[in-house]
Design a protein around this ligand. Structure first.
Ligand code: SAH
Ligand code: SF4
Length: 367
């Protein structure tokens, strides 16, 4: 299987769209209208500091320029088609993109920060057996603007106050290392000190363990933090639930993580989804602890979020407790991450797949 296979490219837009564009593209756009280049900087700040959503809000521009932009340039962010808020305050959004395809993002409010979970692809090629997105297959990569668009749209929708920190995790739909160029372009826009200014250390990219992609990520001087979805502690089992393991097994992955250039105090996060009776034994916990000792790391335990057709179950609280204790006793920093917004389809891919199923039912009943 060729894991490097690129997903189909975006179809070219007919009109330029400023929403989600980078500094250089905005400068080129504004120069193309015969304006001075510094107006491109003002446009960037209007989009990402003020988070203006219509041209008439651009008070830094003359009326004539605002009218010209209105006539010639789109300012269209991804549309929210559906939102569901869970009891814990997490809101899951389904975004409809320009071509009608859909991805999801989650807004999680905390007292001292907001965490946003975003998608990097429509669907995913990796085929993990426990994952709703994996069951969709891959439709296409997202462009950088669509990645940035999810962030700006959620911040606007929830009236995010200036000054409250934002954490960003690429843990929605897709394998971000299959779309690294667009993810890194989005990263540059999101971290720009004269824009949204999200600090790089607050951004985490989660991968299923694509070794060449991890190596490429490590070659960037400015990059997000790395999280790896381990999910099993033997090759025999990881091969079964994560096909990527047949190309790069646990040993190859560990060698790659040991060589990954880390900053001062930086750790690699190992994510571990507990599947009841399958990957949640005390033996697994001990093997995971050994694996995690190979490089500076911390472990996030994620109880499996049940969804239709998955064929797996969540672990019991007692098992989860014991599993965590084995790791702590071995000196591994461990956190339990419950998928927030569980009852609204908290795990990756579930809301989009749910709505596709509803669309299909609607289509069928219309016939
Ligand atoms: N593709 C990337 C990032 C998106 S998935 C990756 O796999 O790392 C984000 C996390 O959700 C991964 O750790 C994945 O193992 C986990 N996950 C997927 N389906 C889940 C489910 N039903 N319940 C709990 N976690 C799930
Ligand atoms: Fe893709 Fe991640 Fe789901 Fe695996 S767990 S299918 S890599 S989104």
């Amino acid at each position: 299987m060729n894991w490097e296979q690129p997903a189909p490219e975006l179809s070219p837009a007919t009109r330029p769209n400023a929403a989600g564009a980078g500094r250089e593209a905005l400068k080129a756009l504004i120069s193309g209208l015969g304006e001075k280049a510094f107006r491109g900087g003002q446009l960037f700040e209007g989009l990402y500091v003020q988070r203006w959503t219509s041209w008439d809000q651009f008070s830094t521009f003359s009326k004539a320029l605002r009218e010209r932009l209105e006539a010639e340039v789109d300012l269209t962010w991804p549309a929210i088609r559906e939102s569901r808020t869970a009891e814990d305050g997490a809101t899951k959004h389904v975004f409809r993109l320009g071509d009608g395809m859909e991805v999801e993002g989650v807004h999680m409010p905390y007292a001292d920060r907001t965490t946003l979970c975003i998608s990097s692809q429509v669907g995913c090629a990796m085929g993990c057996t426990f994952c709703a997105t994996g069951q969709m297959g891959i439709r296409r990569n997202l462009g950088a603007a669509e990645i940035v668009g999810q962030v700006v749209t959620m911040l606007n929708h929830h009236h995010h106050p200036a000054g409250l920190p934002v954490n960003l995790v690429f843990m929605g739909m897709g394998e971000p290392l299959h779309n690294l160029a667009q993810v890194m372009e989005a990263f540059e826009i999101l971290t720009d000190p004269k824009g949204l200014a999200i600090p790089p250390r607050r951004i985490t990219l989660s991968t299923s363990g694509l070794v060449p992609g991890i190596q490429r990520l490590g070659s960037f001087e400015r990059r997000p933090r790395l999280a790896v979805s381990l999910n099993a502690t033997t090759d025999a089992y990881r091969n079964r639930i994560m096909p990527v393991n047949r190309a790069w097994n646990l040993e190859a992955l560990s060698a790659c993580l040991q060589a990954f250039p880390l900053g001062r105090g930086e750790r690699i996060t190992l994510e571990y989804v507990l599947l009841h009776g399958v990957t949640d034994s005390a033996e697994d916990a001990r093997r995971l602890a050994d694996y995690a000792k190979g490089f500076p790391s911390k472990v996030n335990l994620i109880p499996f979020n049940e969804h239709e057709g998955a064929g797996y179950q969540s672990p019991t609280e007692a098992t989860l407790d014991l599993f965590g204790r084995v790791l702590s006793q071995n000196g591994i920093p461990v956190m339990v991450r419950r998928s927030r917004g569980q009852e609204v389809g908290g795990a990756c891919g579930q809301l989009v797949r749910g709505s596709e199923a509803e669309d299909l039912e609607a289509d069928a009943s219309a016939q």
